[in-house]
Design a protein. Structure first.
Length: 128
């Protein structure tokens, strides 16, 4: 595996970006009355994950700052799962769609958790 040169090389970044796009596309069919509530919230939280990963990458010189940003990304990923729960409960997603999306965000959360646990490998002096 090649050395990571950019946040764009991180698998979790690429996966979060892909899943945020999937949520955006799927949320286009949510009811118009949800535009400024559920639709906006799920789009924002899903998009925030990749943004927080990029910020964490920029701050990896300081392990505490890196962990903080990855922890925020983890929170956003879990918030996305809550909005998926609401979308399912309201009937905007069928069970199969819900399970697919939720599983993807659960995996992203797992990757973020592992980044927190292994922060020293991202924040070592060789990572600069």
């Amino acid at each position: 595996m090649a050395a990571i040169q950019s946040f764009r090389d991180l698998r979790v970044y690429r996966q979060a970006l892909k899943e945020a796009k999937r949520i955006f596309q799927r949320s286009l069919s949510f009811p118009k009355e949800e535009r400024y509530s559920l639709t906006d919230q799920i789009r924002r939280s899903s998009r925030a994950v990749s943004a927080m990963v990029a910020e964490a990458w920029a701050r990896r010189r300081y392990q505490a700052a890196f962990v903080n940003k990855i922890n925020v990304a983890l929170g956003e990923a879990m918030e996305t799962q809550v909005w998926l729960d609401h979308a399912r409960m309201c009937g905007y997603l069928d069970e199969a769609e819900y399970k697919t999306l939720d599983t993807a965000w659960q995996q992203i959360g797992g990757m973020l958790q592992r980044m927190i646990q292994r922060a020293d490998t991202f924040c070592s002096s060789s990572a600069e």
